[in-house]
Design a binder for this molecule. Sequence first.
Ligand SMILES: *[C@@H]1O[C@H](CO)[C@@H](O)[C@H](O)[C@H]1NC(C)=O
Ligand SMILES: *[C@@H]1O[C@H](CO)[C@@H](O)[C@H](O)[C@H]1NC(C)=O
Ligand SMILES: *[C@@H]1O[C@H](CO)[C@@H](O)[C@H](O)[C@H]1NC(C)=O
Ligand SMILES: *[C@@H]1O[C@H](CO)[C@@H](O)[C@H](O)[C@H]1NC(C)=O
Ligand SMILES: *[C@@H]1O[C@H](CO)[C@@H](O)[C@H](O)[C@H]1NC(C)=O
Length: 223
Amino acid sequence: MLQFLQISLLFIFPAVVLGLNSDGLSLLALKAAIETDPSGGFNGYIPSELGHLDSLKRLNLASNNFSKPIPARLFNATSLIALDLSRNSLSGPVPAQIGALKDLRHLDLSSNLLNGSLPESLTELDSLVGTLNLSYNIFSGGVPASYGRLPVLVSLDLRHNNLTGKLPQVGSLVNQGPTAFSGNPSLCGFPLEIPCGSSEPIEKRSRGSPKPCRPEPHFAQWG
Ligand SMILES: *[C@@H]1O[C@H](CO)[C@@H](O)[C@H](O)[C@H]1NC(C)=O
Ligand SMILES: *[C@@H]1O[C@H](CO)[C@@H](O)[C@H](O)[C@H]1NC(C)=O
Ligand SMILES: *[C@@H]1O[C@H](CO)[C@@H](O)[C@H](O)[C@H]1NC(C)=O
Ligand SMILES: *[C@@H]1O[C@H](CO)[C@@H](O)[C@H](O)[C@H]1NC(C)=O
Ligand SMILES: *[C@@H]1O[C@H](CO)[C@@H](O)[C@H](O)[C@H]1NC(C)=O
């Protein structure tokens, strides 16, 4: 059973050595989804058939310029413990079905064109450790207070998105350093040195953050 799949620009596709079991058919779907461009780069999409690889433990498709949205059915591959889709051109939202990956320890979706709100279903990934890297995308909206439920062993990298509002001070979110959130010009509150002004949109109240917002100091120039 296929347990490891890493595709890189230098990968020579070994379709001929695969038997046509379901793993082989899933890989043929991947081959069909990949168009090699004249400069040698891949320029395709991630086929949902990869979700049939139910023994797949590690999938690394980083740095390949795959585009289009991430197919929800990819997350039928529930044996995954490491998923790296970073440095592509993936767009659209992260499907909520990612929460099905109960064994997933490492997730890197950085440097894509992913948008929509930060997926709350990531808090269902109970096995995560290390960096949860969502940086360099175009995620918008607030940082969900539910992210405070992420294990303390997880360090967030949410840099360089389009996130807005006040950072919730709950659970493990309290332990994230300012660098986890930098490069989001409309994000405010501790640990960022950007105070939340009154012009900020009023955040949705969430169960996780009962504390009222303390008025933030203003850095006005006097005199
Ligand atoms: C990457 O993919 C995008 C969208 O398909 C395309 O516009 C761009 O030219 C590609 N870049 C490279 C280096 O292949
Ligand atoms: C695969 O995932 C889709 C959407 O997440 C779901 O509807 C479907 O039942 C799943 N199929 C299998 C075989 O698990
Ligand atoms: C997250 O991904 C970005 C871009 O892919 C990378 O530069 C950065 O080092 C990663 N963050 C961490 C903490 O590894
Ligand atoms: C996300 O990007 C797609 C295009 O890739 C766009 O159609 C959609 O409106 C965007 N959604 C949000 C919430 O920005
Ligand atoms: C960032 O979000 C604002 C609204 O909050 C929107 O007007 C703007 O177009 C977004 N920027 C990008 C690059 O998506």
